[in-house]
Design a protein around this ligand. Structure first.
Ligand code: HEM
Ligand SMILES: *[C@@H]1O[C@H](CO)[C@@H](O)[C@H](O)[C@H]1NC(C)=O
Ligand SMILES: *[C@@H]1O[C@H](CO)[C@@H](O)[C@H](O)[C@H]1NC(C)=O
Ligand SMILES: *[C@@H]1O[C@H](CO)[C@@H](O)[C@H](O)[C@H]1NC(C)=O
Length: 511
């Protein structure tokens, strides 16, 4: 009897003893962890000491500015106060160096630091490890393999196709403005640039601009841009498991699925087409070699072709990079020209004298519109479609002024170069002034980098410049643009630059 009574009590005693020891151990571990975090923070504070910044909160640093979309105004203040670079504290023990000086940029872009940071980890479920996210040897191989796809001989015949896509959009605008001269253009331009990349890179038949399913791809990309920015701002969502369980994580997976459906379809159709071409030799000869062909037939040095996953990643990467960036570029350029009628008119006169009514625009014309090109560059300077680039220093770095950082630190830069203090300061950096790009005007080689620089610059730069020139030229021939004073666009920095309230313009059809 006594055994039955005593033993539970004895057991209870040992359980509570165990619990006490366990909670003590837990507490000790927690303290150790806190001490470790504290020491790490002290170390970071010391490391970044040479790059001062305004006071920040001990836990969430300066990251509130992101939450309130105040990061750019704050950045502008800092640039004028702290020379060349300053520290931006994120939540917890995270910080990065923000660079705002062309000499510093030249130095960091001349190195081969990997892109792999949290930012890129978040992007991978969407665009996979294609050229944009890859690093090291695999990146090098892929870059070498894909470079021929952007050779001028490949790009040349496609100027006409781009013009066709632009004309479909302008015809639509002509219809729409008969009812309401005010138009939100960003959505239309996105469909047009998707149409262009589908035709040029993937030889897609049919028009994306009228086909409903493309709208769901565009919507998915828009959602992913927003979800990505939201995740970056939420310290809890940095953790993969928490994010997976959260409703935003689910939305993000759904949007990725939608985006992949679109690219899978493109790959499937092409595989079927290639099989058909295998049987009919003449079909193959008719088509221009495009980006997908290069992917399918590419071989690495050891003779192996791209794996299925690699192929999908490259298609996802180019589908996104190839249309969202140029849509942003074109929309902001048109918006800038709408606000500066004197420059708009000068561009129009240049284009009219070169192209007449624009029906026969071709490759050779694109090098003969200097003033329009200057305006495009000036708009890219103020409204860079890729607002920031990020790297992780894999080796220690010492800048020309002697300041240094150890390996493992990260840097970012605003490609909005109006904030590059010492380059534009003397010439009113915030003013839209195309004469900055007049031939012969002296400029630091790294003061204007909308396409980044060094070995990891934009592979699609030429493609993008061509598309922007064609779109701007043909639009100015047909419409006179004016701003919509009640809806001035507000820049919204996502992976690609958007506008908080869309880009609304007033369009008047020219006679
Ligand atoms: C106005 C349009 C464009 C702008 C402003 C732009 C800008 C940039 C920038 C700044 C980078 C460097 C990103 C980084 O270092 O993280 C980049 C890389 C890249 N861009 Fe573009 N881009 C544009 C259009 C395009 C187009 C049309 C394509 C494809 C057809 C493209 C494909 C790529 C790819 C694949 C990379 C990664 C290159 C590498 O790391 O080797 N881009 N772009
Ligand atoms: C730099 O980026 C890496 C990868 O995202 C991250 O683990 C590390 O904490 C970052 N360093 C700092 C000091 O924020
Ligand atoms: C060829 O090279 C790739 C990448 O370097 C590697 O993943 C693959 O296993 C190699 N294949 C053969 C057959 O050696
Ligand atoms: C770049 O900076 C200028 C000057 O402050 C500002 O007017 C413009 O809106 C900025 N562009 C972006 C994309 O934030």
């Amino acid at each position: 009897m006594s055994v039955y009574v005593l033993s539970p009590i004895g057991a209870l005693g040992s359980v509570s003893g165990f619990l006490q020891v366990a909670s003590l151990l837990g507490l000790l571990l927690l303290l150790l962890k806190a001490a470790q975090l504290y020491l790490h923070r002290q170390w970071l504070l010391k490391v970044f000491q040479q790059f001062p910044s305004p006071p920040s909160h001990w836990l969430y640093g300066h990251s509130r500015e992101y939450l309130e979309d105040k990061d750019l105004p704050e950045a502008l203040k800092r640039v004028s106060k702290f020379p060349c670079a300053y520290t931006h504290w994120l939540w917890g023990n995270k910080a990065h160096l923000v660079i705002c000086d062309p000499d510093y940029m030249q130095m960091v872009l001349g190195r081969s630091d990997p892109k792999f940071t949290d930012v890129h980890k978040f992007l991978s479920p969407w665009i996979g490890y294609g050229l944009l996210l890859l690093d090291g040897q695999t990146w090098f191989q892929h870059r070498r393999m894909l470079t021929p796809a952007f050779h001028r001989d490949i790009l040349k015949p496609y100027v006409g196709l781009t013009a066709d896509s632009v004309k479909v959009m302008l015809d639509k605008w002509e219809q729409l403005v008969t009812q309401d001269p005010y138009l939100e253009i960003f959505g239309h331009v996105s469909l047009m640039t998707l149409d262009t990349i589908m035709k040029r890179a993937f030889s897609h038949q049919g028009s994306v601009q009228t086909d409903r399913t493309s709208h769901s791809y565009i919507q998915a990309i828009e959602d992913l841009n927003n979800l990505f920015a939201a995740r970056f701002r939420n310290s809890f969502h940095q953790n993969d498991i928490i994010y997976r369980l959260d409703s935003e994580g689910r939305l993000s997976r759904r949007a990725c699925q939608l985006a992949h459906q679109h690219t899978d379809q493109v790959i499937r159709l092409r595989k079927a087409h290639l099989q058909m071409e295998g049987k009919m030799e003449n079909l193959r000869k008719k088509r221009h070699l495009d980006f997908l062909d290069i992917l399918f037939f590419a071989r690495t040095e050891n003779g192996s072709s791209l794996s299925d996953a690699d192929l999908h990643a490259e298609v996802d990467t180019f589908m996104f990079e190839g249309h969202d960036t140029t849509a942003s570029g074109i929309s902001w350029i048109l918006s800038a020209l709408a606000s500066h009628p004197e420059h708009q008119q000068r561009c129009r006169e240049e284009i009219q004298s070169l192209l007449g009514d624009g029906t026969s625009i071709a490759w050779d014309h694109l090098g003969q519109m200097p003033y329009t090109t200057m305006c495009i560059k000036e708009a890219l300077r103020l409204y860079p479609p890729v607002p920031a680039i990020v790297r992780e220093f894999s080796k220690p770095i010492t800048f020309s002024d002697g300041r240094s950082l150890p390996a493992g630190m990260n840097f970012t830069t605003h490609t909005n170069l109006s904030i590059y203090k010492n380059t534009w300061e003397l010439r009113h950096p915030y003013v839209f002034d195309p004469s900055r790009f007049a031939p012969g005007s002296a400029q630091h080689s790294h003061a204007f980098l909308p396409f980044s620089g060094g070995s990891r610059n934009c592979i699609g730069k030429q493609f993008a410049m061509n598309e922007m020139k064609v779109a701007v030229a043909l639009t100015l021939l047909r419409f006179e643009l004016a701003p919509d004073a009640s809806r001035v666009p507000i820049p919204l920095r996502r992976i690609v630059l958007k506008s908080k309230n869309g880009i609304h313009l007033h369009l008047r059809k020219l006679p």
